[in-house]
Design a protein around this ligand. Structure first.
Ligand SMILES: [Zn+2]
Length: 134
């Protein structure tokens, strides 16, 4: 299998995402908060998508959310993620929607989830989620 999209490329320092990756290294999930309109957004961008202000700050997510969409991946994409695994869109309670993984073999749309981390060799861990009763 070719490794066309090595996960090792994710996490490279970038002024827009550097704070996010640094926090991941401390197992803290940061999202951007707009001081102008009060909205939150993810993934990191240089301006607010809602109001176009660049007055953004980083805030730590409480790590709670709800599964918006979910699928089971059965095709190998990278050796670091052997199938099957759950790929999901999770709506954080703060508002942003993340493309992420759900730890475990089953979950359902609408289920509540809590933040977890997937360790990577030599790179910051990735935020993933696991089902959890609130
Ligand atoms: Zn805004």
């Amino acid at each position: 299998m070719t490794d066309r999209f090595p996960l090792s490329d994710i996490g490279a320092a970038d002024p827009t995402t550097e704070a996010f990756w640094t926090a991941c290294g401390e197992r803290r999930l940061l999202v951007q908060h707009c001081r102008a309109c009060g909205g939150h957004q993810f993934y990191p961008r240089p301006f607010c998508l809602a109001c176009e202000s660049n007055d953004l700050e980083w805030v730590e997510s409480a790590g709670k959310g709800t599964i918006y969409s979910l699928t089971t991946i059965r095709m190998p994409v990278t050796p670091e993620l052997p199938p099957p695994y759950l790929l999901a869109l999770v709506d954080l309670d703060e508002g942003p929607r993340l493309l992420t993984n759900i730890v475990g073999e089953t979950a359902t749309i609408g289920e509540r989830v809590t933040l977890d981390w997937r360790d990577r060799e030599g790179l910051p861990p990735l935020p993933v989620f696991r089902t959890a009763a609130d």
